[in-house]
Design a binder for this molecule. Structure first.
Ligand code: GLU
Ligand code: ZN
Length: 315
């Protein structure tokens, strides 16, 4: 049984790019007659907006996407809001500490940036120097509040299966470096929360933007360290502005809530998303449900999607 998930972060409004990724995630699972879990990824506390969770749910429903488990309908793998799942994350951290897979890191952002000169930049930011990695489980801990737990990456090739990119392998220690699994408050960081939830919720297929492709290797390593089975991934190209940068406010107002208020039909958004993904020949209104039978990863476009003025004015 395929189990997929929709995992919006309520740090702001969901936009056209999110709609496209959610549509592909939903179509893939529905095409395989699988189950879909809606999970709200709200652990990024300073950036979470109080209105954004309900709005994300409204946006998804408006698009005609549905789910079998989620915060609004319950289910056997709840709670479906990350801030309510912290006990699971703490158990995972204890396992990593006991196995000496993490060490307390007292470095500041500044330490990390200044230690990482040009050759130590990864595709995904600075590579950690390893300054705090001599610590072994049993050594004294620094003062609480001054350290995060950082994961010891390995140099064994970490392999992932991606429905868009194929079989991939990466030396995480070399290419990405050690990465934090908590904040200095010792609350779980994104990588740990996702791995813990994906496993506990029985997720077998993760479809998301390709900005998270490097994180898939981190997550696969973490899963191996926790004795968990990794899902199959599909990292889909992001929607970008005419400048090639990730879709943002300056490219125009592509919030789904705004389209809804303007009286734009959801079929127009779905039609655009499906056409831009190569699932339809023309940019014409269509319902998500009408695309389920024809969905095929082989036909999904590998190219970045540029949201140009034409696409915006069409809306
Ligand atoms: N919550 C993340 C987002 O909205 C997705 C994380 C994931 O799929 O692993 O971008
Ligand atoms: Zn450190």
């Amino acid at each position: 049984m395929i189990v997929g998930r929709l995992a919006p972060s309520p740090t702001g409004a969901q936009h056209l790019g999110n709609a496209r990724t959610f549509l592909l995630a939903w179509l893939s699972v529905r095409h395989q007659c699988g189950r879909i879990v809606l999970r709200i990824e709200d652990i990024d506390s300073p950036r979470v907006k109080p209105w954004a969770m309900q709005q994300a749910i409204d946006d998804l429903r408006w698009l005609g996407l549905d789910w079998d488990e989620g915060p609004d309908i319950c289910g056997p793998h709840g709670p479906y809001v990350q801030t309510e799942r912290v006990a699971n994350y703490h158990r995972a951290i204890e396992t990593l500490v006991a196995g000496n897979r993490v060490y307390p890191c007292t470095c500041t952002r500044n330490d990390i940036d200044s230690a990482a000169s040009a050759p130590h930049e990864s595709i995904d930011g600075p590579i950690y120097s390893g300054r705090c990695s001599a610590w072994q489980n049993g050594d004294a801990l620094p003062t609480p509040g001054t350290f995060c737990w950082r994961f010891r990456s390995s140099s064994n090739p970490t392999r992932i299966t991606d429905l868009i990119h194929g079989e991939l392998s990466l030396d995480v220690a070399l290419s990405l470096g050690d990465f934090p699994v908590t904040r200095k408050s010792l609350d779980a960081a994104y990588q740990l929360a996702v791995v813990s939830d994906d496993s506990d919720m029985g997720i077998t297929e993760v479809v998301r933007g390709d900005d998270l492709l490097p994180s898939a290797f981190r997550q696969a390593e973490l899963m191996a360290a926790l004795g968990l089975l990794p899902p199959v991934y599909a990292h889909v190209p992001l929607v970008v502005g005419a400048d090639g940068k990730r879709l943002a406010k300056r490219h125009g107002d592509t919030r789904l809530s705004q389209y809804r208020e303007q009286g734009i039909k959801r079929q127009q958004i779905i039609g655009w998303a499906a056409w831009s993904a190569g699932l339809c020949e023309a940019n014409e209104p269509i319902e998500a449900a009408e695309l389920v039978a024809r969905f095929d990863w082989q036909t999904v476009s590998r190219k970045q999607v540029i949201v140009n003025d034409w696409a915006l004015s069409y809306m």
